[in-house]
Design a protein around this ligand. Structure first.
Ligand code: IPM
Ligand code: MG
Length: 362
């Protein structure tokens, strides 16, 4: 068995962390007796510099043609002045949409050795293990009408539209309920049903779908997004699966990331189409590019998600997660999660440490 992986490192620290990801994949492939073949493409700012646009047809074809996509990060100050339509981030949105990746899974697990790296108290975050299921190709990110227009009086008007249809809500609800069934059987559906009609529909459809599709074993609650934002820092352990819209999921997952100590710890999987796309949740971190300071663990944990969801290699995925825990247990930390008395390492060293733990059979 051999898998074809499209590798799209992108910009900023993307290439640095993705390098650790591909090395790790090669290692577990030989350990578990399967093949991996990598094919690289430029996306985001790197593609703008080379071809004048953030995503080219050959790269889209590459992404569609493999077994999975491993993505780094896109964007940076260099391209910030560009029009929205050709910004690096557009490539990410286009990839998600073209690949039909409507379900974005962002597991937020606090590794015990890191519980004191969070800005929140250890007793609040320790033991947190939740999953954000974010709708990824609908809502206000894509809704029409959108855009900025000039008004007759010389001022401008900016518009975006929050829009969800029944089938869009049902398919993401199903992903959340199925995920909860493999976990602690609890789903919090997050909306702003007290103000926004589109999410009033969200709440109605989630409720009905839960009732009519045999999910009686799953406890469903509804939570307003402002309350959820508060509950995440008040008592994150109350959550198992959170299912929400594209925009709320974007915001709440960054907030939830801080429970783990750093956004540099958060992996993600985007599913729903033929090919899954896997990316760390963090951005391009322009301030530390090329300094070997990035935290590769989000990408390393992202590789574990790829092994589990796209390559049918869940044993290898478990082993990676254990190796990460072991490296953290021994006190190794990248700059973003450093603590007094820790063993500070760079991106490459952290990647190597995890591979060493895996070699030792952890
Ligand atoms: C994320 C990012 C993206 C998003 C940006 C870069 C377009 O913040 O994946 O969370 O908003 O979806
Ligand atoms: Mg985000």
């Amino acid at each position: 068995m051999s898998y074809k992986i499209a590798v799209l490192p992108g910009d900023g620290i993307g290439p640095e962390v993705v390098r650790e990801g591909t090395q790790l994949l090669s290692q577990v492939a030989s350990l578990y007796g399967f093949g991996v073949e990598f094919e690289e493409g430029l996306v985001g700012g790197a593609s703008i510099d080379a071809y004048g646009k953030p995503l080219t047809d050959p790269v889209l074809k590459l992404a569609k043609g493999g077994d999975a996509v491993l993505l780094g990060a896109m964007g940076g100050p260099k391209w910030d002045g560009l029009d929205y339509s050709i910004r690096p981030e557009r490539a990410l949105l286009a990839l998600r949409q073209e690949l039909g990746l409507f379900a974005n899974l962002r597991p937020v697990k606090v590794f015990s050795p890191l519980a004191s790296a969070s800005t929140l108290r250890r007793e609040v975050v320790e033991g947190t293990d939740l999953l954000v299921v974010r709708e990824l190709i609908g809502g206000i990110y894509f809704g029409q009408p959108k855009g900025v227009t000039k008004l007759p009086d010389g001022t401008e008007r900016g518009v975006n539209t929050e829009v969800y249809t029944t089938p869009e809500i049902e398919r993401i609800a199903r992903v959340a309920f199925e995920a909860a069934r493999r976990r602690r059987k609890k789903v919090a559906s997050v909306d702003k049903a007290n103000v926004l009609e589109a999410t009033e529909l969200w709440r109605k459809v989630v409720t009905r779908f839960h009732k009519e599709n045999g999910y009686g074993d799953i406890a469903l609650e509804h939570m307003l997004v402002d309350n959820c934002a508060m509950q995440l820092v008040r008592n994150p352990k109350q959550f198992d699966v959170i299912v929400t819209t594209n925009l709320f999921g974007d915001i709440l997952s960054d907030e939830a990331a801080m429970l783990t100590g750093s956004i540099g710890m958060l992996p993600s999987a985007s599913l729903g189409g033929k090919v899954g796309m896997y990316e760390p949740v963090h951005g391009t971190a322009p301030d530390i590019v090329g300094k070997n300071m990035a935290n590769p663990l989000a990408t390393i944990l992202t590789v574990a998600l790829m092994l589990r969801h796209s390559l049918d290699q869940s044993k290898a995925a478990d082993r990676i997660e254990r190796a990460v825990e072991a490296a953290l247990d021994e006190g190794y930390r990248t700059a973003d999660i450093q603590e007094k008395g820790c063993r500070l390492v760079g991106c490459k060293e952290m990647g190597r440490l995890v591979r060493e733990k895996i070699d030792k059979g952890m």
